[in-house]
Design a protein around this ligand. Structure first.
Ligand code: SF4
Length: 221
């Protein structure tokens, strides 16, 4: 991007912090998180409602400087729904240009086509139990590559069956880098989900949100 745009572009930021990646293919690795403010969805299990509003308007240069202060290898742009802010795209590009391994966590409700191809896109498919299944932008499925990951947060056995169906419908196994199945915290027993995956020998990665166990979901972790 041009130096001029870099100096003038702004984003609304809820927090920038250094922590352990709690999920996805880089789970357990020290990562800097850039949490953008705002989300057009209202999933019933949302654990980041504090990012729906407020935040601080920051220049792109300021965000890049704050990220650089941690000397990270991994940077995760998250929300809220980061793609709801158009300047998320130049942010992602600038983070890649700076040499970080960059991932984007997105709800799957917005178009991912213009995201820098160096970014690992972690795309949710919202299940019926999320109460936002109607927001899925299924056109995104065709854009996914072996760099990308698809995440299902499951609230029930019905959600699990729905997710299995979507794996087949979009031939996700073998086409995307990771398929992630997570139990919705407090709604679906992690052990039960793990046992279903084993019984069905599904080509998915079971995951629990590590940060919830380490820091009880406090902001800043
Ligand atoms: S998309 Fe993410 S941030 Fe938005 S309501 Fe759903 S869980 Fe919360």
């Amino acid at each position: 991007m041009s130096a001029e745009l870099s100096a003038t572009a702004t984003l609304r930021i809820t927090e920038i912090f250094h922590s352990i990646q709690g999920e996805s293919g880089t789970v357990g690795l020290p990562t800097v998180f850039v949490r953008l403010t705002g989300c057009p969805l209202r999933c019933q299990y949302c654990d980041t409602a504090y990012a729906f509003s407020g935040g601080e308007v920051c220049s792109l240069d300021d965000i890049l400087a704050r990220v650089a202060s941690y000397s990270p290898r991994y940077v995760c742009v998250t929300g809220g729904e980061p793609l709801a802010q158009p300047n998320c795209l130049p942010l992602l590009q600038s983070l890649c240009d700076a040499g970080y391994q960059v991932s984007l966590e997105t709800s799957g409700a917005l178009d991912i086509a213009e995201v820098d191809p160096r970014v690992v896109r972690v795309v949710d498919l919202k299940t019926p139990g999320s109460a936002e299944v109607g927001r899925n932008l299924y056109g995104n499925m065709a854009l996914l590559t072996a760099r990308d990951q698809v995440k299902f947060v499951l609230c029930s056995r019905e959600d699990y069956e729905w997710a299995r169906f979507k794996l087949d419908e979009y031939t996700l196994a073998g086409r995307v880098g990771e398929i992630l199945f997570s139990p919705s915290h407090g709604e679906l027993s992690p052990r039960e989900l793990a046992e279903w995956i084993v019984a069905d020998n599904l080509p998915v990665r079971f995951q629990m949100q590590l940060h919830k166990y380490l820091w009880n979901d406090e902001p800043g972790h």
